[in-house]
Design a protein around this ligand. Structure first.
Ligand code: CP3
Length: 343
C-alpha cells in the first residue's frame, strides 16, 4: 500500500492532504502523562524503546495521522557525544556548557551509536507496529540549534554564548559544528536503516541570524548533512525546518537540497506557494496557539491554509509544536477538517 505522506514529500500529491503534527506526542495527552510518570528522568524515558514506541503511537490511535514521528529529543545527540544533559522539571533542558578547547576535546563520536542505540531500537519497533500506509519519520536537531544548547548550557532567549563563540572563536565553534554534522548525518542514516521513511532536521533557532553567518551556521552544515544522508539513502526524503528564517527560506531550499520545508507560523502563504512550493513540498503552518482556543476560527484558518497551498505538494502541520495546554478534542476537530478536505 502506498504511503500518502511519503509520496507527497516526494513531490507527488494526491487528492487528500496528508498530515502530522510537531509534538503530536506529549503532555497535552493524558495517556502520555501516564506513561511519562513511570520514568523519572526524561533522558531515560527517551532511551526506553517500549515506552518511546508506545507514546509515538498514542496520537495515531486518537487521530489517525498519516505520519508517526519517532519519540526522542534533539538533545540525545550531545548526550551521545559525551556531554552531560539532563532535564529539570519546570525549567527545561540543562547541559554542562561547552566553553573551552578542553571541553570540546571531551566530545567524541567514539561510543556515540552505543549510547543512542535505544533510539534505533525504537525506530525498528515502530516499523513493525505501524500499518503499511503510515509514514515513519525520524529526526534530529540541526547543528546550529543543538550547538545553542551545548554552548549556552540551557535554552536561552538570544543564544548569547553560542553567537559569541561563533563570532569570537570561529575555530573552536567550527570544531563543534563539524562534529555535529558528522554525528547527525550518521544518526539519521542509522534511523533510516532501522526503518524511518523520511527524516526532519529541526533548526528551531535559525531566526534572525545575520545573512553573513546564516551561510556558515545554517546552510552549509545542513547541506553537508543532506549530502551525506543522500549519498547513502537517495530515496529518503529530507525535510528542513529553518524556523523563523524569513526570506532566507528561499536560499535554504536552493542551497541545502532538502526535499521539503516546514513553514513556521509567520511565513506568508501566497509567497510560499509562489516561491517555495514549485521547488519542494511544504509543510505547515497553523499556529499551535490557535489549536488551544479551537472552534470555528481554527477550522477557518485550516481551510485557508489548505486552499492557499492546494496547487502543489503540501503536508498539513503546525508552524511549531503543540503546547501542553492544547485540548485533545481540538486536535480531533482539526484532524477531521484536514482529512475531509479535497484538493
Ligand atoms: O512528538 C514529537 O514531536 C516527537 C518528539 C520530540 C520531542 N522533542 C519530545 C519532547 C521532538 C521532535 C522534539 C524536538 C525538540 N526538542 C526540539 C525541536 C523542535 C522545537 O520544539 O523547536 C527542541 C528545541 C527540543 C529541546 C527540548 N526538549 C526542550 C527545549 C524541551 C523542554 C520544553 C518543554 O516543552 O518541556 C524538551 C522536552 C521535551 N521533548 C518534551 C517532549 C514531549 C517535554 C518533556 C516531558 O514530557 O517531560
Amino acid at each position: 500500500m502506498s504511503k500518502i505522506l511519503l509520496e507527497t514529500l516526494r513531490g507527488n500529491p494526491g487528492e487528500r492532504v496528508p498530515f502530522w503534527f510537531m509534538r503530536q506526542a506529549g503532555r497535552y495527552l493524558p495517556e502520555y502523562r501516564e506513561v511519562r510518570a513511570t520514568t523519572k528522568s526524561f533522558m531515560e524515558f527517551c532511551y526506553s524503546p517500549d515506552k518511546a514506541a508506545e507514546v509515538t503511537l498514542q496520537p495515531l490511535r486518537r487521530y489517525g495521522m498519516d505520519g508517526a514521528i519517532l519519540f526522542a529529543d534533539i538533545l540525545l545527540v550531545p548526550d551521545g557525544l559525551g556531554q552531560n544533559v539532563w532535564f529539570e522539571v519546570g525549567s527545561g533542558p540543562k547541559l554542562t556548557p561547552v566553553k573551552t578547547k578542553a571541553d570540546v576535546d571531551q566530545l567524541s563520536l567514539t561510543g556515540f551509536h552505543d549510547k543512542v542505540d535505544a533510539v534505533y531500537q525504537t525506530v525498528a519497533k515502530l516499523k513493525n507496529m505501524l500499518p503499511p500506509e503510515t509514514t515513519l519519520l525520524g529526526f534530529a536537531g540541526a547543528p546550529w540549534t543543538v550547538a545553542t544548547y551545548m554552548i549556552d548550557g540551557a535554552g536561552s532567549k538570544d543564544h548569547a554564548a553560542a553567537r559569541q563563540m561563533g563570532y569570537g572563536d570561529p575555530d573552536l565553534f567550527g570544531r563543534i559544528m563539524d562534529l555535529l554534522v558528522e554525528a547527525t548525518a550518521q544518526y539519521l542514516c542509522k534511523q533510516i536503516e532501522a526503518g524511518a521513511d523520511a527524516v526532519q532536521i529541526f533548526d528551531s533557532w535559525a531566526a534572525a541570524l545575520p545573512e553573513s553567518v546564516f551561510d556558515d551556521w545554517v546552510l552549509r552544515p545542513t547541506k553537508a548533512i543532506v549530502d551525506k544522508v543522500r549519498a547513502k539513502h537517495p530515496d529518503t526524503p529530507i525535510i528542513g525546518f529553518p524556523r523563523l528564517a524569513g526570506l532566507q527560506y528561499a536560499r535554504f531550499i536552493a542551497e541545502t537540497g532538502v526535499d521539503a520545508v516546514s513553514l513556521d507560523t509567520g511565513v506568508p502563504l501566497d509567497w510560499a506557494a509562489n516561491t517555495l512550493q514549485d521547488k519542494v513540498c511544504v509543510q505547515g503552518n497553523i499556529d499551535p496557539h490557535l489549536v488551544v482556543s479551537g472552534g470555528q476560527p481554527m477550522v477557518d484558518e485550516a481551510i485557508r491554509i489548505l486552499e492557499a497551498l492546494k496547487n502543489g505538494p503540501h503536508v498539513f502541520n503546525l508552524g511549531h509544536g503543540f503546547v501542553p495546554e492544547t485540548p485533545p478534542e481540538n486536535v480531533a476537530l482539526l484532524s477531521d477538517t484536514i482529512r475531509n478536505y479535497r484538493r
